[in-house]
Design a protein around this ligand. Structure first.
Ligand code: NAD
Length: 385
């Protein structure tokens, strides 16, 4: 197979990750691709041009050359945040663009891809199946977010996390409550435990209880009913269930030093589960790290992208937290996207976009000037034709 893969320098504000790391170049060369990398694309995450060249890639001087000359462009963010920096004249019919596309937020990229005849794939829509596990960017990046979120909390809290008994007195361990124990939440629990905190957690999916306990944390039984949905995700609670959850949480969080919140519903704004009254009830100096900030946050007082102090409580709303662990975030993302691309290559080493493949069907946003499917058209808010 011949085909040129391009790896651009990410231009979305604050983005430090790169879509492909040098270690994965050889797996693409092996099936016959050429790999071109824009100058400095990996620098912010610790991967230098020389390392790409040593792995067999070619370094290209400008974004324009990279995009124009590539049959396939692998990106971290090709959606809302990035596309304005990609000149429309650089795109061409039949070109494939893969990346996170923010498919649930209406933005111009989709119309641009449709008009240019680009086949675009959204990595966020990878199905949660065993076959697609190695491609699951939401999991790989959430895992890092859970880890880093706890480190941020430890840094902001004016207390130690672990128990310490010294001649000068005994320090009791910090109490950390993790709200939402999916991929990020479970990593947050594990990290807070490693730092010596007393950790508890809650999730609306019943299956999570055992996972929380197996990490040595306490599962808090707020009895709001099981809200397990398809693909390991949660269903949105009814207003009554949500009111009950808030009432039960209010009695609990007043004694907590740190809340790390990760509660999310796919494609929906984050549920506002931590009320202003709950924040007011917490001791001064307590910390809330709201990892659900990308979609508005779990706390009523979160200001996405900022750290603010309200009623004496520090509320941190980090955005794109995975990018702060850019070396490993890129490594894992690169494995996800390489596995995804190689899934499109058949036994004859031909790249085929086969909509009967469930992974292709779920992720193909635009193809041949049309949305990938009716389902995709409805997610993007476009007409299917
Ligand atoms: P997510 O980011 O959509 O949500 C984070 C967590 O918030 C979830 O655990 C969810 O149940 C929880 N939540 C939602 N509403 C809540 C509320 N009102 N109160 C408390 N918690 C609430 O989910 P995620 O972390 O990406 O994944 C969830 C699960 O999916 C994982 O734990 C895993 O079991 C499963 N999964 C499966 C695969 C696979 O099979 N390939 C891959 C990744 C994840």
């Amino acid at each position: 197979m011949s085909g040129r893969i391009g790896i651009p320098l990410e231009r979305s504000p604050g983005e430090r990750r790169v879509a492909l790391v040098p270690a994965h170049v050889s797996s693409l060369l092996k099936v016959g691709f050429e790999v071109h990398v824009e100058k400095g694309a990996g620098e912010a995450s610790g991967y230098l041009d020389a390392a790409y060249e040593a792995a067999g890639a070619t370094v290209v001087a400008t974004a324009a050359d990279l995009w124009k000359q590539s049959d396939i462009v692998l990106t971290v963010r090709a959606g809302a945040a990035a596309t304005p920096s990609v000149a429309k004249a650089w795109l061409h019919a039949g070109q494939i663009v893969v990346g996170t596309m923010d498919p649930w937020a209406p933005h111009d990229s989709f119309a641009t891809f449709l008009k240019a005849g680009v086949s675009s794939f959204s990595m966020e829509l990878i199905p949660r199946t065993t076959r697609a596990q190695a491609m699951d960017v939401l999991s790989s990046q959430s895992n890092l977010a859970g880890y880093k979120g706890v480190l941020l909390a430890a840094e902001l809290l004016p207390k130690m996390f672990p128990l310490s008994m010294t001649a000068a007195g005994t320090i009791i361990p910090a109490k950390v409550f993790v709200l939402g124990a999916g991929v990020a939440g479970l990593q947050a629990i594990a990290t807070a435990k490693r730092l010596g905190a007393v950790v508890s957690a809650f999730d609306v999916r019943a299956a999570v209880k055992e996972q929380v306990q197996s990490l040595g944390a306490k599962f808090i039984e707020f009895d709001v009913g099981d809200a397990s949905g398809a693909g390991g995700y949660a269903k949105e609670l009814t207003p009554e269930q949500q009111a009950k959850q808030k009432e039960l949480m209010a009695g609990y969080v007043k004694d907590i030093d740190v809340i790390v919140s990760t509660a999310a519903i796919p494609g929906r704004p984050s549920p506002k589960l931590i009320t202003e009254a709950m924040v007011t009830s917490m001791a001064p100096g307590s910390v809330i790290v709201d990892l659900a900030s990308e979609r508005g946050g779990n706390c009523e007082l979160t200001e996405p992208g900022k750290t603010v102090v309200k009623h004496g409580v520090t509320i941190c709303g980090p955005l794109n937290i995975a990018s702060t662990v850019a070396f490993h975030a890129s490594q894992l993302y690169s494995k996800n996207i390489t596995t995804f691309l190689l899934n499109l290559v058949n036994k004859e080493k031909q790249l085929v976009i086969d909509p009967s493949d469930d992974i292709v069907a779920a992720t193909l946003l635009t193809h041949g000037g049309k949305p990938g499917s009716e389902k995709i058209a409805s997610i993007l808010g476009l007409s299917a034709n």
